[in-house]
Design a protein around this ligand. Structure first.
Ligand code: PGA
Length: 262
């Protein structure tokens, strides 16, 4: 069964102290959340965050990991180090990493292998630029990102992969795609997975949407079939607003009708 995920990406925001305060506000708000909550915090706050979320339904993720085993890579962090401080997940292939740090699909593939080697839930980000969408290149770009990104992975390893569809033009811009564009692209992602594996496996992978998600538009995103959650940047920095987004993805129990007397 596919899981729902609501993931925060703090990017380069918040000090350790600020994250502690943030968690003090967020944890009580989300005690009864039904989706898996993941917070991707700066490396230096992973340990504090892990300690603070103990006993809650929140997992802590790194925002990146290096594709090498260890060694002369000043400033980098490997998967083993993430696990060592208690992270259970990691974001890989975010468009900011691809664009600002020149991460290619091949590097993303190596990083995914390292994440899996360390049993981390890998939040694998894909998405097209505005130029690519306008020039009908979305399918081609996603096909490359996914087929190279997941190259060499066995079907059973996909249970550690969550795909986040994040159109680059929607990240931090306040613009979100039309419902139909999200629906079609999520469908396209599952058809790429079907070609690589099979329909059953494609259907078991959680596919999220990310890019300018906020406390208002989350409700309609939550209703889109096949969309298993969201990856939230800017708005996730405000715990009350992130809490509202989380609750939009709660599985609401259907009200039981009173039994009619005969
Ligand atoms: P945003 O960022 O919600 O601020 O658009 C999303 C992301 O980068 O994952």
């Amino acid at each position: 069964m596919r899981k729902k995920y609501v993931i925060a990406n703090f990017k380069m925001n918040k000090t350790d102290e600020e994250i502690k305060n943030y968690l003090s506000t967020l944890i009580p708000i989300v005690v009864s959340a039904t989706s898996q909550i993941v917070l991707a915090v700066p490396f230096v706050s992973i340990k504090t965050s892990v300690e603070k979320v103990k006993g809650s339904n929140i997992l802590i993720a790194g925002q990146n990991l290096n594709e090498n085993e260890f060694g002369t890579f000043t400033g980098e962090v490997n998967g083993e180090m993430l696990v060592g401080v208690g992270a259970e997940s990691v974001v890989v292939g975010h468009s900011e990493r691809r664009n600002k740090f020149n991460e290619t699909n091949e590097i993303v593939n190596k990083k995914i292998f390292k994440a899996l080697k360390n049993s981390l839930i890998c939040v694998f980000c894909v998405g097209e630029t505005l130029y690519e969408r306008k020039n009908q290149l979305t399918a081609q770009v996603l096909q490359q990102q996914i087929s190279i990104g997941l190259k060499g992975l066995y079907a059973n390893e996909l249970n550690h992969i969550v795909i986040a569809y994040e159109p680059v033009w929607a990240i931090g811009t306040g613009t979100i795609p039309m419902d139909i564009e999200i629906l079609e692209t999520v469908k396209l992602i599952r058809s790429i997975l079907t070609d690589m594996y099979d329909a059953k496996i494609a259907n078991e992978v959680s596919v999220l949407y990310g890019g300018s998600v906020n406390e208002s538009n989350c409700k309609k995103i939550a209703k889109l079939s096949g969309v298993d959650g969201v990856l939230v940047g800017g708005v996730s920095l405000v715990p009350e607003k992130f809490g509202q987004i989380i609750s939009a993805f709660d599985i609401k129990e259907k009200k039981k009708l009173p039994i009619e007397k005969v």
